[in-house]
Design a protein around this ligand. Structure first.
Ligand code: NAD
Length: 256
């Protein structure tokens, strides 16, 4: 994967999956701009790569902030090669107990942010003549746990956004959705801590995967890097699951 000197933008790149992707892109020689609201963790991650990294404090669900961030990127670098729409949040509720505010929050952070960042990144890719948009969706784009109505809706819609970008900007720009199973990140720790027994949550979640374990963030990051590279030049418009076989077992089937 030759990512040397590629201009990469990662949303939610301070920690978790986005953080691992930022580190891997930097290790492979790319120049990386992180859009996040967690300045402390982002700066810690970028400390050894100050010549090739840039942090912009940005709430990616807010149109004015996203527009301002890509203006800064344009002035500083003049182009974008890869956009990773990774920032996301989880909330637990059914349709009837989700408030309008909570619905809007999840949709805006998970989905509208990907629309906004793509809207401002694609013209900077067109200056280059090519580019790649990676949307971090979820296995919940295909299957749904209980009480995650806004989350699973936002992640399913990301597949439509991915297809639209792939169709509208081909052949120069590719778009691919990455759909992880459970990954050991601060988001998962937050989710487990909603339960009185977080360790039991981790145990149950591990067992849901055919791999009997959850993923490390770097495993998702490596797929993101591959899909961003010219090695994946024939992949576009697709949703790629990286989920340890989560959801493949027929419910109630007996284990041998
Ligand atoms: P995380 O909470 O560990 O990290 C998310 C990062 O996004 C943080 O740095 C946070 O500050 C940033 N962020 C959140 N809202 C933001 C906003 N409005 N503007 C800018 N930055 C913002 O999450 P994670 O587990 O690494 O998840 C990353 C992505 O992967 C999300 O889209 C998530 O839905 C998806 N995903 C995660 C899992 C999992 O098991 N962890 C599984 C499938 C999909």
């Amino acid at each position: 994967m030759d990512l040397t000197a590629k201009q990469v933008v990662v949303t939610g790149g301070a920690k978790g999956i986005g953080g691992a992707a930022v580190t891997r892109f930097l290790e492979e020689g790319a120049c990386v701009t992180v859009l996040d609201m967690d300045e402390k963790q982002a700066r810690e991650r970028l400390v050894n790569f100050e010549d090739r990294s840039f942090f912009i404090h940005c709430d990616v669900s807010k149109a004015d902030q996203v527009k301002g961030a890509f203006n800064q990127i344009d002035v500083r670098f003049g182009a974008v090669d890869v956009l990773v729409n990774n920032a996301g949040i989880q909330r637990y509720s059914t349709v009837t107990d989700t408030t309008e505010e909570e619905w809007d929050l999840v949709m805006n952070v998970n989905l509208k942010s990907a629309f906004l960042c793509s809207k401002y990144a694609i013209p900077l890719m067109q200056k280059r003549g090519k580019g790649v948009v990676i949307n971090v969706a979820s296995v919940q784009s295909f299957i749904t746990q209980r009480k995650v109505a806004p989350y699973t809706t936002s992640k399913t819609a990301m597949l439509g956004l991915t297809r639209s970008i792939a169709v509208d900007y081909a052949p120069d720009i590719r778009a691919v959705a990455v759909c992880p199973g459970t990954v050991d990140t601060p988001m998962l720790r937050w989710a487990a801590n909603q339960s009185p027994d977080p360790e039991e949550v981790y145990r149950e979640v591990r067992e849901m995967h055919l791999t009997q374990r959850i993923a490390e963030p770097v495993e998702i990051a490596d797929l993101i890097l591959y899909l961003s590279s010219d090695k994946a030049a024939f992949i576009t418009g697709q949703a790629i699951r990286i989920d340890g076989g989560l959801g493949l077992v027929v419910a109630g089937s007996v284990r041998q």
